[in-house]
Design a protein around this ligand. Structure first.
Ligand code: ADP
Ligand code: MG
Length: 627
């Protein structure tokens, strides 16, 4: 007999399960049954594709046995089974979907409601059991093995006798406590209820011996207990049932068991398409962003069935990247069973299917945006960045599909708005769509240029995500309106008179501005007076293709690239500082140099950039303060 320790994370998860105060302990049965069903799927699929054994679909089943006397609940399947290595890998380590999410949450030290958030699969049986035995025999294997664990201390694996292929899970229930009468899981009616509640859609029969009181033969009042082996589930896959006959509860339960997410999905999209290419799709939009969503580890894809037989667990070809958050399955009688990944990639039917699914999702999102604004905002906060990536990904190939689904924060509405809404609200004389970039809404609000544009009564879209500017560059325009960054020089809001006045101001102070530029060296391209500002003395803008935001984004990337925007230091022509500078130019050029450096540093700070020579600046300020 080999004694083994659980891997560290598994141990933590087990510990949580054993000491769980989670109220919904009964879900353990659903998890065990769902694993059994997966194993039956696998065995059947392998038999069809590899032809090493001949399996009849009607022979595949799940058995539940109650052994009240010994406090044992047994769930048995004749699925693919596990060999010794698989027992060890699958049950001794966290490697699987839901459990992996747990591991990541744990790394982020978020222990909140862990069981509530993830499907934790097999280990959930430790919520109700003090002892767990798994006996298994894999397809085409002579040997059977017995895995045994009483919890965190570890597990043992040893050879055992088992006649049939498949897996038998033997749970010894915990002793009853005041709060938790674990014995209830030994009651026939409880198990029946749980199966109907959580596992009714399982496509294999879940069988159990059920006692019935029946009249004794030939007697009119004498009863006897007759045991009948009953199928507890209806076996109709949920997606094949009529929509009108499915409760939200059923959808939720199905989603949780299948996709290891214990939070209700935000949206269920259930379509039953008939025609030249018929299919059923049951799709879900999760109500939260998965922990690994914006990482490389995240894998998109839908389960693919052919007439109820699972042929692929994560078929990525069925979802475009920008809808990668969608979970669910597709079942079509028109797909061939014997399909390999390479074949799938060129499969025309599959492409048609994918197009059709994409359209469904797109319609659903548009509908949500129009009819359930709050729901859409919630969705957008979870997955909006992905839609934005979708706009610029692939050289903008999908921008038209997505441009009406993306949202930005609006300065006037103080909430997320769409481009369509923005354009509809534009003032008559307004030619362009105004936006401003920054880390947060608050920081953008403080940008001096923003203040002036707001003051003139124009709406500004706030770009707080790195991807936003790339989106705009891809879109180029919306409804024939170009985009203008209010912090760049292309902004033109002034009257002819104002323009002329500013021009004159800049020309007559040309030498002074030149002196200031020289004081700043290569840092800035130009120093000039501006009308852009209202109350603030200075701001920083850029000229040319690289904006200040892009400089920040690109320089934050882990490459050697170091890109600089061509910067312009702009000074508010109507701020008292303007006169002060002119005065210094006449009286004290030395001090004008120092003022220039301070003003430039201020402008950088306002832009959310760091000051490159903090000690020098700090010393200059102190010198001036002590004068
Ligand atoms: P998940 O189902 O999300 O993969 P689980 O914790 O529920 O995670 O199960 C872990 C793994 O153990 C499964 O992926 C499967 O490989 C294996 N397993 C569990 N139960 C069975 C079973 N009845 N038959 C065969 N393999 C099983
Ligand atoms: Mg599972």
């Amino acid at each position: 007999m080999e004694e083994k320790q659980f891997k560290a994370e598994s141990k933590r998860l087990l510990d949580l399960m054993i000491n769980s105060i989670y109220t919904n302990k009964e879900i353990f049965l659903r998890e065990i049954i769902s694993n059994a069903s997966d194993a039956l799927d696998k065995r059947y699929y392998n038999s069809l594709t590899q032809k090493k054994e001949n399996v009849k679909k009607e022979d595949l089943k799940i058995n539940i046995i109650i052994d009240k006397e010994n406090r044992k609940l047994i769930v048995e399947d004749n699925g693919c089974g596990m060999n010794k290595k698989e027992l060890e890998n699958n049950l001794g380590t966290i490697a699987k979907s839901g459990s992996l999410a747990f591991k990541e949450a744990q790394e982020k030290k978020e222990e909140v409601d862990i069981i509530g958030q993830f499907g934790v699969g097999f280990y959930s049986c430790f919520m109700v059991s003090k002892d767990v035995v798994v006996e298994s025999k894999a397809t085409n294997s002579e040997d059977a093995y017995r895995w045994h664990s009483k919890g965190v201390d570890g597990y043992t694996i040893e050879p055992t006798e088992k006649d049939t292929v498949g897996t038998k899970i033997i749970l010894t229930l915990k002793d009853d406590t005041d709060d938790e009468p674990y014995s209830r899981y030994l009651e026939t009616y409880v198990i029946k209820e749980l199966v109907t509640k959580y596992s009714d859609y399982i496509r294999y029969p879940i069988m159990m011996d059920v006692p019935h009181e029946k009249l004794k033969e030939g007697s009119k009042d004498e009863y006897e207990t007759v045991i009948e082996n009953e199928t507890l589930n209806s076996m109709v896959p949920l997606w094949k049932k009529k929509k009108s006959e499915i409760t939200p509860q059923e959808y939720h339960s199905f989603y949780s068991a299948k996709f290891s997410d214990f939070q209700e999905p935000q949206k269920v999209i259930h379509t039953q398409a008939e025609g030249t290419f018929s299919y059923n799709a049951l799709l879900f939009i999760p109500s939260h962003t998965p922990y690994d969503y914006y990482t490389k580890e995240f894998e998109k894809g839908l389960q693919l069935y052919s007439s109820g037989v699972l042929i692929m667990d994560k078929c990525e070809e069925l979802l475009p990247d920008y809808y990668s958050f969608v979970k669910g399955l597709v079942d079509s009688p028109d797909l061939s069973l014997n399909i390999s990944r390479e074949m799938l990639q060129q499969d025309r039917q599959l492409k048609t299917l994918a197009k059709s699914i994409e359209k469904k999702i797109n319609n659903e999102l548009n509908k949500m945006l129009n009819d359930e604004r709050d729901e859409y905002i919630k969705f957008f906060n979870n997955f909006g960045s992905q839609l934005k990536f979708g706009v610029y990904d692939n050289f903008g190939a999908n921008k038209d599909t997505l441009k009406d689904l993306i949202m930005f924060y609006s300065s006037t509405e103080k909430k997320l708005v769409t481009l369509r809404e923005y354009v509809a609200r534009m003032k008559e004389e307004q030619k362009e769509i105004y936006y401003a970039c920054g880390e947060t809404v608050d920081k953008i609000d403080m940008l001096p240029q923003v203040e002036k544009v707001k003051d003139k009564g124009y709406e500004i879209l706030y770009f707080t995500e790195n991807v936003d500017e790339f989106v705009i560059q891809t879109l180029r325009e919306y409804s024939e309106k170009k985009f203008t960054n209010v912090c760049t020089d292309s902004l033109d809001l002034d009257t002819e008179e104002e323009k002329a006045k500013l021009k004159e101001e800049n020309e007559s102070n040309k030498d002074m501005l030149e002196t200031m530029k020289t004081a700043l060296g290569d840092e800035v391209q130009v120093v000039r007076f501006t009308n852009k500002l209202k109350n603030h003395p200075v701001c920083l803008t850029s000229e040319g293709a690289i904006s200040l935001e892009m400089e920040k984004v690109i320089n934050a990337m882990p490459t050697d690239q170091n890109i600089k925007a061509q910067k312009v230091l702009e000074i508010n022509a109507s701020h008292p500082i303007a006169n002060k500078l002119k005065e210094l130019y006449e009286k004290d050029k030395e001090l004008l140099n120092e003022y220039s450096k301070i003003l430039y540093s201020q402008a950088r700070l306002i832009e959310g950039m760091s000051v490159e020579n903090p000690t020098e600046i700090s010393n200059i300020i102190c010198d001036i303060l002590s004068k």
